[in-house]
Design a protein around this ligand. Structure first.
Ligand SMILES: *Cc1c(COP(=O)(O)O)cnc(C)c1O
Length: 386
């Protein structure tokens, strides 16, 4: 049933890719195969799977789905987003150098700053909005450019086309972490990226009930090496978790539409509030990178940040007063979450890097859920009274 079709829309792919796998009973959803191993029919004769770390039909179904959404050649699904990032980093060797942004996800920063340097891989953290900084950071040892856009939590936009062009001129691999917008709002392969990574924990799964990651590739050599690495490192996703993500991803498109409509409403409300100093959201006219947003994004997403006037509203009291926004890390689920990047999600960066990234102790990050916008705004309004 239903073969992949190049012209098929993303909403259709989200529902129809990675399903119809059950020829025994024709279930319309893909079964979970909770097995560690698969028996051989004879020496050298199996049905395509031998051991679940290396491959599992439920995981393969999810890989097919996500590859179709990103428009990639294939995908490897991993146990977490950090597992995906780790596997991609193993494309590098001792002595290699990577250029990346100074406002990337806190966990990625920690991995780049504190783990991979142990193996002789070095990093330059630059302001990627400034193409001169990107160019100047490239050395003879540079092997990869790691891009995250929009950035977390300040929603700065990196010019995918321009940075990838700089990378291609030097034959560097480009990796884009597309977690924040999901393929529904941004397609990095359209701009020539080599690899797209996701924390499927966020919008792809969308229900805050699983952690997972994905690596999508567009080239056979990269595919073979990544598949080798995910198996060799042992970072692949469990069949149960793969099934949950496959269930979640089917509603990616309608969820993203509601996340975005609610984020637009909440951002507009916050921008007018006297106890809010500044709002960061790509959907606001006040975002300074309008042309770039139009060029590379099909939407603005559901993440925003703002500066609370903590002289007027105490941070702790503000969080405590909220009814619908849970004080929690993570993002991209159906429920609204709120947090302090300085004290929570990005704390591991340390004060110096936090300051350099432009965050303050008053920065608040919001993952706007799919509740009724009016309820979310009323809730923020009462908490902002202080
Ligand atoms: C959450 C996140 C990650 C890490 O993913 P986990 O699933 O938590 O391991 C990486 N990049 C971005 C942009 C994220 O938001």
């Amino acid at each position: 049933m239903s073969k992949a079709n190049k012209k098929e829309g993303l909403r259709t792919s989200a529902v129809h890719r990675g399903v119809y796998k059950d020829s025994s009973y024709n279930s319309v959803t893909t079964p979970i195969y909770p097995t560690s191993t698969f028996f051989f029919d004879g020496l050298g004769k199996n049905k395509g799977y031998d051991y679940t770390r290396s491959g599992n039909p439920t995981r393969a179904a999810l890989e097919e789905n996500i590859a179709a959404l990103e428009g990639g050649l294939g995908c490897s699904v991993t146990a977490t987003g950090m597992a995906a990032i780790t596997a991609v980093l193993f494309l590098c060797r001792n002595g290699d150098h990577i250029v990346t942004g100074d406002d990337i996800y806190g966990g990625t920063y920690r991995l780049f700053d504190q783990v991979f340097p142990q193996f002789g891989i070095t990093f330059s953290f630059v302001n990627m909005r400034d193409l001169t900084q990107v160019k100047n950071a490239i050395r003879p040892q540079t092997r990869m450019i790691w891009i995250e856009t929009p950035s977390n939590p300040l929603l700065n936009i990196v010019d995918l086309e321009a940075v990838i062009k700089i990378a291609k001129a030097k034959k560097l691999l480009t990796v884009v972490d597309n977690t924040f917008l999901s393929p529904y709002f941004q397609k990095p392969f359209d701009f020539g990226a080599d690899i797209v990574v996701h924390s499927t924990t966020k919008y792809i799964n969308g229900h805050s009930d699983v952690v997972g990651g994905a690596i999508v590739y567009n080239d056979k050599t990269v595919r073979d090496r990544i598949r080798f690495l995910v198996n060799a490192l042992g970072v692949s996703e469990s069949p149960f978790d793969s099934w949950l993500v496959l269930r979640g991803v089917k509603t990616l498109a309608p969820r993203m539409e509601v996340h975005q409509a609610n984020a637009l409403a909440v951002a507009g409300f916050l921008e007018k509030h006297e106890n809010v100093k500044k709002v960061y959201y790509p959907g606001l006219k006040s975002h300074p990178q309008q042309a770039l947003i139009k060029k590379q994004m099909k939407g603005f997403g559901g993440m925003l940040a703002f500066e609370l006037d903590t002289k007027k509203v105490k941070l702790d009291l503000f969080f405590k007063s909220l009814k619908y926004f849970s004080l929690a890390e993570s993002l991209g689920g159906v429920e609204s979450l709120i947090e302090s990047p300085w004290l929570m999600s990005h704390a591991s960066m340390g004060e110096k890097a936090l300051n350099a990234s432009g965050m303050t102790k008053e920065t608040i990050r919001v993952s706007v859920g799919i509740e009724d916008a009016d309820d979310l705004i009323a809730d923020l309004n009462q908490a902002l009274r202080g």
